[in-house]
Write a protein that binds this ligand. Sequence first.
Ligand code: HEC
Length: 124
Amino acid sequence: MIERAILIALLAMSAAGVRAADAGDPAAGKALFERTCQNCHSVEIGVNKVGPSLWNVVGRQPAVVPDFVYSDGMKANKSAWTMSALDAYLADPRGDVHGVKMFFKGLPAQKDRADVIAFLQTLR
Ligand code: HEC
């Protein structure tokens, strides 16, 4: 009986793992990034365009890329770029408190945001 309970728990965990992986598709996110973000953002270290380099952005503090002049709103933002912070920002960059300088209407589709965040996670 105990073995059986463990087996069921393991099956439940692997099903959850599959769902988590389904949350964002980095390949789709890369294509979306190239279409939508790349005009303003490079993924290379130290290369700033209209927006700062997004190399290694997931998990780091906002407004820390050297030689990029951020808005005061972004400089005042002290919450790290977690997946949920990125999701809120990308849903509505100009409505989100941090987003005063990014002239981008945002990604209304949850799947697009999950895909692009999955791609950003590969940049390290
Ligand atoms: C029209 C240009 C433009 C587009 C398009 C754009 N951004 Fe930005 N982005 C900016 C600017 C400018 C900033 C700096 C914002 C500030 O200082 O308030 C920024 C900031 C950011 C930041 C915070 C970076 C940091 O160093 O704290 C992230 C993350 C980000 N953008 C992601 C994206 C993603 C992902 C896309 C595509 C879905 C995108 N941006 C599209 C111009 C753009």
